[in-house]
Write a new protein. Structure first.
Length: 77
């Protein structure tokens, strides 16, 4: 299971987003996420080699006395 998050233009209603996305045949919901500080990294390599990068990310978070607020988010460039 996964979630695709796509930014919506500012000021759009949930109805407008659902109408625009309806042609793709997938469920869509407009959600706002609270602003928060995040730890981030760039993993320059294949998905199969991602685990050491994620381990380093979570070690960084723990080392700074923090904890994950939820699942990590991946952005593909």
């Amino acid at each position: 299971h996964w979630t695709l998050a796509v930014p919506a233009p500012g000021g759009r209603s949930a109805e407008a987003v659902a109408t625009a996305a309806g042609r793709f045949g997938a469920p869509v919901e407009l959600r706002a996420h609270p602003r928060q500080e995040v730890a981030q990294l760039v993993h320059p390599g294949p998905y199969a080699d991602e685990q050491p990068s994620l381990d380093a990310l979570y070690a960084f978070v723990a080392r700074h006395g923090l904890r994950p607020a939820g699942a990590h988010t991946e952005v593909y460039l």
